[in-house]
Design a protein around this ligand. Structure first.
Ligand SMILES: [Mg+2]
Length: 310
């Protein structure tokens, strides 16, 4: 008989099992990361420096704007930290990479399609550790030890719509640094028929470098790097293929979140290009992000606390 699962137990589980996949420079802090291509410099101003445009907003709208501004600022800081980590990262351990290589079958109708690889936590769903938040569903997670816990899961706005839409034009993979038992429970809930998520990869498929789980796209032996896009709230997750990455905002509980809508629009455009890296690197500039960020911060265009950037 399994014990009655408790939310606190779920929280403990995640604390012990997911920390190594977190932010490299602030392992205990939680950061949120919006998509850079939604950039709007007005969002970077400090709270309280509201513009005349803002003064005409209702109180509710102002709160919404402030919340989004905070998420946006946290995103920039998180991405900065992630990319600073990437700069120092050692080349991948080839032995480890070779051991992770997999050949994945092509579905009928998807033989020539490009591949979109979604992260799971804080990209498509969030495990609501805060018991004040109403989860979309509570899922039992069965571990090989025989232990069962219940995980309260919140599904990100537009997640299902996005997966359905994207799976019409792309092969869809979910690649998570979380444990398989947890991920499968969530993915079975999102896609019980296995129609919109074609393949699943988990923590055991990540390479573990400098204390971080990294999703190296070279593990997919029979896919071309130029045809793969990876969407992840942590930029360091795709450290070895920065040009393939979309650093989407981390999602926790922002009910007005529309990042996946923006993503659908962007992916629609990307489906036509020959090498997705060429377009993607122009949009996100992740290779030069740290230098540009430093330059702009020095010019005082962006206002951040210095300790956030260490
Ligand atoms: Mg994530």
């Amino acid at each position: 008989m399994s014990q009655t699962p408790k939310y606190t137990k779920t929280k403990e589980f995640f604390k012990h099992n997911r920390s190594a996949g977190g932010t490299p420079t602030h392992a205990n802090q939680y950061h949120r990361v919006p998509m850079i291509f939604l950039i709007n410099q007005n969002n970077l101003r400090e709270k309280g420096t509201s513009t005349s445009e803002n003064s005409t907003q209702s109180e509710e709208d102002q709160l919404k704007t402030e919340k989004y501004n905070k998420i946006y600022r946290d995103h920039l800081i998180q991405t900065y930290q992630s990319l600073k980590f990437v700069k120092e990262l050692r080349p991948v351990d080839l032995q480890q990479l070779r051991a992770k290589r997999v050949t994945i079958p092509r579905r009928k109708g998807y033989e020539y399609k490009k591949t979109v690889i979604f992260d799971l936590d804080e990209t498509l769903v969030h495990c609501c550790e805060d018991s004040s938040i109403e989860p979309t569903i509570i899922l039992p997670i069965h571990f090989i030890t025989g232990e069962v816990i219940e995980a309260p899961i919140c599904v990100r706005p537009y997640a299902l719509e996005c997966l359905k839409q994207v799976s019409k034009h792309y092969e869809v993979i979910v690649f998570t640094a979380s444990h398989q038992s947890y991920a499968d429970a969530v993915l079975d809930y999102l896609d019980s028929e296995r129609e919109i998520i074609h393949h699943r990869f988990y923590r055991q498929h990540c390479v573990f470098m400098d204390g971080i789980y990294i999703k190296d796209l070279r593990i997919f032996a029979n896919r071309k790097i130029k045809d793969m896009i990876i969407v992840d709230n942590f930029a360091h997750s795709f450290a070895y293929q920065l040009d393939n990455g979309i650093p989407i905002i981390s999602w926790v509980d922002y009910e007005h979140d529309k990042e996946l809508q923006g993503l659908m629009h962007y992916l629609k455009k990307l489906v036509q290009v020959d090498d997705i890296r060429e377009t993607n690197k122009k949009v996100f500039s992740l290779r030069t992000f740290v230098e540009e960020f430093n330059r702009e911060t020095c010019k005082n265009h962006f206002v951040f606390n210095k300790e956030d950037l260490i």
